[in-house]
Design a protein. Sequence first.
Length: 480
Amino acid sequence: MDKKSLLRILFFLFVILLNLIVFWKIDYSDIDSEGVKFVVELSSNKDDDYQIYYSKAGGDFTDTNSCTAQYRGYGNGSKTKNYGTGEIETLKFDFPIAYDNLRFDLGQFEGKTVLYSVYFELSDIRYDIPLDQLTKEKNQVGITRREHIQDTDPEMLVIDAGGDDPNMLVQFHKDEILRRYNEKNKTKSLVLDIVICAILDLVALYVLIHFYSLIDIPVEIYQNRKLALTLAKNDFKTKYAGSYLGMIWAFIQPIVTIAVYWFVFTVGFRAGTVGQHPFVLFIVVGIIPWFFFSDALNGGTNAMTDYNYLVKKVVFNIDILPFVKVMSAFIVHCFFIGFAIILCCFMGYVPTIYALQLFYYIICNMVFVLGLSYLSSSIVVFFRDLGQFINIFILQVGVWLTPIMWNADNMLSPFVHKLFKINPMYYVVSGFRDSLLDKKWFWEGDTLVWTIYFWVLTILIFGLGVKVFRRLKVHFADVL
């Protein structure tokens, strides 16, 4: 059995395993559980703003991760008999179910609050928090008295709070919420799994049909790896040949860009933290994969025109030229990954085992940009305006459509958030942050769905890029 046949068999087994993983790991809650509400039915003897804070396990509560609802049932003059409090109102707070800890703040002013029910709401699923559990909760601040009254209809929890930021933790089991949700949506989960597997199998069939043409270029890159790496080193050196600072300019430009963004957003707009992380870490970790993508795509697009003297040589294998440009950009990328890790350590974010995912996301970025480079480098030979189009509409606009300088989780609605995730670089940028800051694996929750989406799209783009490159390369020498 030859090596290519063995690779096809291994690929076939991998697809079967992937189908099993989809049915095992992915359910409807992975893509449609962002509409969770934390609901509190209460009355009070003061009009006030009630607030919830949420954080990851071991994280701190910040104003960024919070939601506020107003109680205005007392100032209208209508009083009930419930300890002199006002009308009963239902306050609803948006709560991201991915978070582990929840703190409920009982307003800014001293007074009495009566709770009648506290629960989570997801679609038609309701998860109640027993009032006696809140009575016994030890993690509370600024609360002088709690009395659980059960002999009334409805039962109630009377809370006397001081004015010094009174609050209490709310204990809950998010896995139980999602379990109940999945029980209600078994049919939808099954349909979702079938659709995802169908898409995967169609892409796998495409790969198997075009298997030899798809692996030809990777095989040629491997066979000519020494030549490709030598050319990549020379490309990196000659890019800044003739200048006094030489290769140092390759590192100055990204550092200056980061410094400008940091100054504008931190000093100008006073963005101290994003989520639970300092803004400087948020932007550095997110922008580094974009720097590589931008540099590699620019270089890969111009690979044929930059090396036109090699393209015209019949004996030279031009298939490796886009890869040469990508590897040239990768040299600077390695430096900045090291810079990001050192900065994280300096600011108290010591890398853990999750940081090993960086190797995976680096491969994701390289394969994606390599597929685009083969496609763009073959077209730009005949249509030179493509280079300007990429610079303006993909790189300059794309950097803002990718959440690098802003936090999409807090600024976008669930539907718009999903639209932004269609951008493949969203997956890579978020992956870098998951590896160094948020400590999240790429197969957890809805990230697995987007992992499958990313690789389906990347394989299709790579296949298209290789096919177009193969078709057009025989004409490169004539046009150049």
